[in-house]
Write a protein that binds this ligand. Structure first.
Ligand SMILES: CC(C)(COP(=O)(O)OP(=O)(O)OC[C@H]1O[C@@H](n2cnc3c(N)ncnc32)[C@H](O)[C@@H]1OP(=O)(O)O)[C@@H](O)C(=O)NCCC(=O)NCCS
Length: 212
Protein backbone atom coordinates (compact mmCIF):
# COMPACT_ATOMS: atom_id res chain seq x y z
CA UNK A 1 0.00 0.00 0.00
CA UNK A 2 1.05 3.56 -0.67
CA UNK A 3 0.46 6.11 2.06
CA UNK A 4 -0.41 9.81 2.08
CA UNK A 5 0.49 11.53 5.36
CA UNK A 6 0.85 15.11 6.57
CA UNK A 7 4.45 16.33 6.47
CA UNK A 8 6.25 16.62 9.81
CA UNK A 9 9.32 18.61 10.82
CA UNK A 10 11.39 15.43 10.48
CA UNK A 11 10.48 15.24 6.77
CA UNK A 12 11.82 18.70 5.90
CA UNK A 13 15.19 17.65 4.48
CA UNK A 14 13.69 14.88 2.33
CA UNK A 15 11.02 17.19 0.93
CA UNK A 16 13.48 19.97 0.14
CA UNK A 17 15.71 17.41 -1.59
CA UNK A 18 12.79 16.20 -3.70
CA UNK A 19 11.95 19.77 -4.72
CA UNK A 20 15.62 20.45 -5.55
CA UNK A 21 15.61 17.36 -7.75
CA UNK A 22 12.37 18.24 -9.55
CA UNK A 23 12.76 21.98 -10.10
CA UNK A 24 15.34 24.11 -11.83
CA UNK A 25 18.17 25.51 -9.70
CA UNK A 26 17.24 28.78 -8.06
CA UNK A 27 13.60 27.78 -7.50
CA UNK A 28 13.47 29.72 -4.24
CA UNK A 29 14.26 32.94 -6.11
CA UNK A 30 10.80 32.81 -7.70
CA UNK A 31 8.53 35.62 -6.62
CA UNK A 32 5.97 33.16 -5.25
CA UNK A 33 8.51 32.16 -2.60
CA UNK A 34 8.47 35.74 -1.25
CA UNK A 35 4.82 35.11 -0.30
CA UNK A 36 5.99 32.18 1.84
CA UNK A 37 8.92 33.83 3.61
CA UNK A 38 8.35 33.86 7.35
CA UNK A 39 4.83 32.45 7.03
CA UNK A 40 3.89 29.06 8.47
CA UNK A 41 2.69 26.42 6.06
CA UNK A 42 -0.87 25.11 6.28
CA UNK A 43 0.32 22.01 8.09
CA UNK A 44 -2.78 19.83 7.59
CA UNK A 45 -2.49 20.27 3.82
CA UNK A 46 1.23 19.64 3.35
CA UNK A 47 1.17 15.99 2.33
CA UNK A 48 3.71 13.34 1.43
CA UNK A 49 3.15 10.22 -0.63
CA UNK A 50 5.43 7.28 0.18
CA UNK A 51 5.70 3.89 -1.47
CA UNK A 52 5.25 0.67 0.57
CA UNK A 53 8.95 0.73 1.51
CA UNK A 54 8.74 4.30 2.81
CA UNK A 55 10.47 6.01 -0.13
CA UNK A 56 9.22 9.55 -0.68
CA UNK A 57 7.64 9.76 -4.15
CA UNK A 58 5.66 12.99 -4.05
CA UNK A 59 5.06 16.08 -1.95
CA UNK A 60 2.66 19.00 -1.92
CA UNK A 61 2.65 22.10 0.25
CA UNK A 62 0.22 24.97 0.82
CA UNK A 63 0.59 28.43 2.33
CA UNK A 64 -1.98 31.01 3.35
CA UNK A 65 -1.94 34.25 1.32
CA UNK A 66 -4.19 37.27 0.86
CA UNK A 67 -5.84 38.37 -2.36
CA UNK A 68 -6.77 41.92 -1.52
CA UNK A 69 -8.19 41.39 1.97
CA UNK A 70 -9.33 37.84 1.33
CA UNK A 71 -7.78 34.72 2.84
CA UNK A 72 -6.74 32.31 0.12
CA UNK A 73 -4.77 29.09 -0.17
CA UNK A 74 -1.62 29.14 -2.28
CA UNK A 75 -1.02 25.63 -3.67
CA UNK A 76 2.54 24.56 -4.29
CA UNK A 77 5.09 23.45 -4.75
CA UNK A 78 3.94 20.01 -5.83
CA UNK A 79 6.51 17.55 -7.12
CA UNK A 80 6.66 13.88 -8.03
CA UNK A 81 9.98 12.03 -8.14
CA UNK A 82 11.20 11.86 -11.77
CA UNK A 83 11.12 8.06 -11.73
CA UNK A 84 7.43 8.08 -10.78
CA UNK A 85 6.04 10.93 -12.88
CA UNK A 86 3.09 10.28 -15.19
CA UNK A 87 1.71 7.48 -13.01
CA UNK A 88 -1.11 9.51 -11.49
CA UNK A 89 0.61 10.20 -8.16
CA UNK A 90 0.50 13.97 -8.64
CA UNK A 91 -3.21 13.69 -9.31
CA UNK A 92 -3.67 11.68 -6.12
CA UNK A 93 -1.98 14.35 -4.01
CA UNK A 94 -3.87 17.16 -5.74
CA UNK A 95 -7.26 15.57 -5.14
CA UNK A 96 -6.59 14.40 -1.61
CA UNK A 97 -5.20 17.75 -0.47
CA UNK A 98 -8.03 19.69 -2.11
CA UNK A 99 -10.59 17.44 -0.43
CA UNK A 100 -8.90 18.06 2.92
CA UNK A 101 -8.84 21.82 2.25
CA UNK A 102 -12.54 21.79 1.51
CA UNK A 103 -13.31 19.87 4.70
CA UNK A 104 -11.27 22.39 6.66
CA UNK A 105 -13.45 25.19 5.33
CA UNK A 106 -11.11 26.85 2.82
CA UNK A 107 -13.06 28.55 0.04
CA UNK A 108 -10.58 29.35 -2.69
CA UNK A 109 -7.23 28.09 -3.96
CA UNK A 110 -4.63 29.90 -6.05
CA UNK A 111 -1.57 28.56 -7.86
CA UNK A 112 0.96 29.52 -10.49
CA UNK A 113 1.32 26.74 -13.02
CA UNK A 114 0.50 25.14 -16.33
CA UNK A 115 -3.22 25.38 -17.12
CA UNK A 116 -3.11 22.23 -19.32
CA UNK A 117 -2.22 20.21 -16.20
CA UNK A 118 -4.22 21.96 -13.49
CA UNK A 119 -7.42 22.41 -15.51
CA UNK A 120 -8.16 18.71 -14.98
CA UNK A 121 -8.70 19.52 -11.30
CA UNK A 122 -11.01 22.43 -12.12
CA UNK A 123 -8.47 25.28 -12.05
CA UNK A 124 -9.10 28.21 -14.38
CA UNK A 125 -7.22 31.40 -15.24
CA UNK A 126 -7.91 34.17 -12.75
CA UNK A 127 -8.52 37.65 -14.09
CA UNK A 128 -7.51 40.58 -11.94
CA UNK A 129 -5.49 38.55 -9.45
CA UNK A 130 -1.92 39.86 -9.54
CA UNK A 131 0.99 37.78 -8.33
CA UNK A 132 4.19 39.61 -7.48
CA UNK A 133 6.15 40.25 -10.71
CA UNK A 134 7.52 38.73 -12.75
CA UNK A 135 4.67 36.24 -13.11
CA UNK A 136 2.98 35.35 -16.39
CA UNK A 137 -0.73 36.21 -15.77
CA UNK A 138 -1.78 33.22 -17.89
CA UNK A 139 -0.28 30.96 -15.22
CA UNK A 140 -2.27 32.45 -12.34
CA UNK A 141 -5.02 29.90 -11.79
CA UNK A 142 -7.80 29.47 -9.26
CA UNK A 143 -10.28 26.92 -8.00
CA UNK A 144 -13.42 27.38 -5.92
CA UNK A 145 -13.84 24.93 -3.06
CA UNK A 146 -17.03 26.74 -2.10
CA UNK A 147 -19.45 28.00 -4.75
CA UNK A 148 -18.79 31.64 -5.66
CA UNK A 149 -15.60 31.86 -3.62
CA UNK A 150 -13.71 33.64 -6.42
CA UNK A 151 -16.56 35.92 -7.49
CA UNK A 152 -15.48 39.59 -7.27
CA UNK A 153 -12.13 38.62 -5.70
CA UNK A 154 -9.26 40.53 -7.29
CA UNK A 155 -6.17 42.48 -6.43
CA UNK A 156 -2.62 41.93 -5.36
CA UNK A 157 -1.55 38.65 -3.81
CA UNK A 158 0.30 39.39 -0.59
CA UNK A 159 1.78 37.53 2.36
CA UNK A 160 -0.57 36.45 5.13
CA UNK A 161 0.55 38.49 8.10
CA UNK A 162 -2.30 37.70 10.48
CA UNK A 163 -2.00 34.89 12.99
CA UNK A 164 -5.80 34.77 13.22
CA UNK A 165 -7.71 31.78 11.93
CA UNK A 166 -9.38 32.91 8.67
CA UNK A 167 -13.18 33.28 8.82
CA UNK A 168 -14.90 30.03 7.98
CA UNK A 169 -12.00 27.91 9.14
CA UNK A 170 -12.81 28.37 12.81
CA UNK A 171 -16.22 26.79 12.29
CA UNK A 172 -14.61 23.92 10.41
CA UNK A 173 -12.00 23.31 13.12
CA UNK A 174 -14.07 20.39 14.34
CA UNK A 175 -13.32 18.70 11.03
CA UNK A 176 -9.60 18.74 11.65
CA UNK A 177 -9.61 15.02 12.48
CA UNK A 178 -10.94 14.38 8.95
CA UNK A 179 -8.11 16.26 7.31
CA UNK A 180 -5.01 15.51 9.37
CA UNK A 181 -4.90 11.73 9.15
CA UNK A 182 -2.74 9.39 7.06
CA UNK A 183 -4.57 7.42 4.42
CA UNK A 184 -3.59 4.33 2.48
CA UNK A 185 -4.07 4.43 -1.29
CA UNK A 186 -3.70 1.98 -4.12
CA UNK A 187 -1.28 2.90 -6.87
CA UNK A 188 -3.34 4.76 -9.50
CA UNK A 189 -2.14 2.38 -12.20
CA UNK A 190 -4.32 -0.25 -10.58
CA UNK A 191 -7.45 0.45 -12.55
CA UNK A 192 -9.49 -1.94 -10.45
CA UNK A 193 -9.69 1.04 -8.08
CA UNK A 194 -12.35 3.27 -9.55
CA UNK A 195 -11.38 6.50 -7.81
CA UNK A 196 -9.12 6.80 -4.79
CA UNK A 197 -9.63 10.51 -4.70
CA UNK A 198 -13.00 10.26 -2.99
CA UNK A 199 -15.13 13.33 -2.51
CA UNK A 200 -13.18 15.89 -4.43
CA UNK A 201 -13.40 14.29 -7.86
CA UNK A 202 -17.15 14.52 -7.59
CA UNK A 203 -17.31 17.89 -5.90
CA UNK A 204 -14.94 19.73 -8.21
CA UNK A 205 -17.23 19.18 -11.16
CA UNK A 206 -19.76 21.47 -9.53
CA UNK A 207 -17.25 23.92 -8.07
CA UNK A 208 -14.78 24.12 -10.92
CA UNK A 209 -16.90 25.98 -13.40
CA UNK A 210 -17.11 29.11 -11.27
CA UNK A 211 -13.38 29.65 -10.93
CA UNK A 212 -11.96 32.69 -12.50
C1 LIG B 1 3.69 18.25 -12.63
C2 LIG B 1 3.72 16.98 -11.76
C3 LIG B 1 3.49 17.37 -10.30
C4 LIG B 1 2.55 16.09 -12.22
O1 LIG B 1 2.53 14.91 -11.44
P1 LIG B 1 2.49 13.48 -12.17
O2 LIG B 1 2.28 12.45 -11.13
O3 LIG B 1 3.69 13.36 -13.02
O4 LIG B 1 1.21 13.67 -13.08
P2 LIG B 1 -0.04 12.68 -13.20
O5 LIG B 1 0.47 11.30 -13.41
O6 LIG B 1 -0.99 12.93 -12.10
O7 LIG B 1 -0.69 13.22 -14.54
C5 LIG B 1 -0.07 12.92 -15.76
C6 LIG B 1 -0.70 13.77 -16.84
O8 LIG B 1 -0.36 15.15 -16.58
C7 LIG B 1 0.26 15.67 -17.74
N1 LIG B 1 1.21 16.68 -17.31
C8 LIG B 1 2.20 16.55 -16.40
N2 LIG B 1 2.85 17.73 -16.28
C9 LIG B 1 2.25 18.60 -17.13
C10 LIG B 1 2.47 19.95 -17.46
N3 LIG B 1 3.45 20.67 -16.90
N4 LIG B 1 1.65 20.52 -18.38
C11 LIG B 1 0.65 19.82 -18.95
N5 LIG B 1 0.39 18.53 -18.67
C12 LIG B 1 1.20 17.93 -17.77
C13 LIG B 1 0.90 14.48 -18.41
O9 LIG B 1 1.12 14.73 -19.79
C14 LIG B 1 -0.18 13.42 -18.21
O10 LIG B 1 -1.24 13.65 -19.12
P3 LIG B 1 -2.28 12.47 -19.50
O11 LIG B 1 -3.04 12.13 -18.27
O12 LIG B 1 -3.14 13.12 -20.54
O13 LIG B 1 -1.43 11.36 -20.00
C15 LIG B 1 5.03 16.20 -11.89
O14 LIG B 1 5.19 15.78 -13.23
C16 LIG B 1 6.27 16.97 -11.46
O15 LIG B 1 6.67 16.89 -10.32
N6 LIG B 1 6.90 17.72 -12.37
C17 LIG B 1 8.12 18.47 -12.03
C18 LIG B 1 7.83 19.57 -11.00
C19 LIG B 1 6.71 20.48 -11.45
O16 LIG B 1 6.67 20.95 -12.60
N7 LIG B 1 5.76 20.77 -10.53
C20 LIG B 1 4.60 21.59 -10.81
C21 LIG B 1 4.85 23.03 -10.62
S1 LIG B 1 4.53 23.57 -8.94
Amino acid sequence: MYEICPETAADEYEVESLYDLCFAPGRTALSSYRLRDGVSKVADLCLLLRDPTGILLAAIRYWPVRVGEHSTLLLGPIAVHPTAQGEGLGGLLMRDSLTRAQKLGWGRVLLVGDAPYYSRFGFEKLDGVEMPPPTNPDRVLGLELQPGAWVDIAGLVTRETSQDVPPGLAEAAGNSHLSSACIEVEHPRDDTIADESGDFATDQRSFGSGSG
